[in-house]
Design a protein around this ligand. Structure first.
Ligand code: SAM
Length: 281
């Protein structure tokens, strides 16, 4: 029995189901159920919310989410070896856990959940970044989720919450912060995982904003940000040249010096630029 529920400790679950960690699936498991319950709490008050969990593995975080009162959890796991272990968790929480054996990059599960929906995941970082980019897609706004609570390598977490003028500041920061409030809520050392990864990890919590921080057309903003950071070391008059034949005038019209570089612009300036470019000259 563990501290948070009547199920066996995770080491016993892993031994019973032969869940030796696979590098190819980015498997670094969290085995301390007090820690997984703490991560679950970072997602906010779960009672009254459906939770989409991606990559539950042996179910440590899943158990944390259920013990913390999630109304319902839909857990999507690619590794079929984990499914029997997760079904045991489902039996301990009747009617509250649905397990799907699928690749999260290939399915759309929004319709299976009832809002408010919170997404919580401890994923391999490449899958996590790809999913985050999709969940933040301004072309599909408002999104189906109200908050995202995601484990990343510390370096990726810093890119999401980065401020202008820093090395970590780029497309991810602008897109994440335009329509959501993002902050790092937990820091985890490698030893928190089994096996231990090489780098530190952090949990980022993003809450969807009802209105964007500054008005702008989503596609235009994406174009501007992609062009500006695509050549981040160049001056804006060069990196944004493809967006307008008279880019220097456009920049000046919104008070931005054409000699500035992408990482010096804050969110309000990127949005002002997107609005100025919308108006045909
Ligand atoms: N959540 C568990 C924990 O915290 O102990 C496992 C975390 S482990 C870092 C990542 C999990 O994501 C693994 O169980 C792995 O099999 C799963 N996974 C990897 N790629 C996936 C994908 N594309 N779709 C769904 N699950 C995936």
């Amino acid at each position: 029995m563990s501290a948070i529920d009547d199920l066996p400790p995770l080491r016993a679950v892993i031994a019973e189901h032969g869940l030796s960690a696979r590098k190819s699936l980015g498997q670094n498991f969290l085995l301390d159920l007090n820690l997984t319950a703490k991560i679950a709490r970072q997602a906010g008050d779960l009672r009254g919310s459906d939770v989409l969990e991606i990559g539950p593995g042996p179910g440590g975080l899943t158990r944390g989410l259920l013990a913390e009162g999630a109304r319902r959890v839909l857990a999507v796991e690619k590794d079929s070896r984990c499914i029997a272990a997760l079904e045991e968790v489902a039996r301990a929480y009747p009617g509250r856990l649905e397990v799907m054996n699928a690749d999260a990059l290939e399915i759309d599960v929004a319709a299976r959940l009832t809002p408010p929906i919170r997404i919580v995941a401890n994923l391999p970082y490449n899958v996590g970044t790809e999913l985050l980019t999709r969940w933040l897609d301004p072309g599909h706004w408002p999104p189906f989720w109200s908050s995202l609570t995601l484990m990343f390598q510390r370096e990726v977490a810093e890119r999401i919450v980065a401020a202008p003028g820093t090395k970590a500041y780029g497309r991810l920061a602008v897109l994440a912060q335009w329509r959501s409030d993002a902050r790092i809520v937990m820091d985890l050392p490698p030893e928190a995982f089994t096996p231990a990864p090489k780098v530190r990890s952090a949990v980022v919590h993003l809450v969807r904003r009802e209105t964007p921080r500054y008005p702008a057309d989503a596609r235009q903003l994406q174009r501007v940000v992609a062009a500006a950071f695509g050549q981040r070391r160049k001056m804006l008059r060069a990196s944004l040249k493809s967006l307008s034949p008279n880019i220097e005038e456009v920049l000046s019209s919104v008070g931005i010096a054409p000699t500035e570089r992408a990482e010096q612009l804050d969110l309000s300036q990127f949005c002002a630029l997107a609005r100025a470019l919308e108006t045909p000259k």
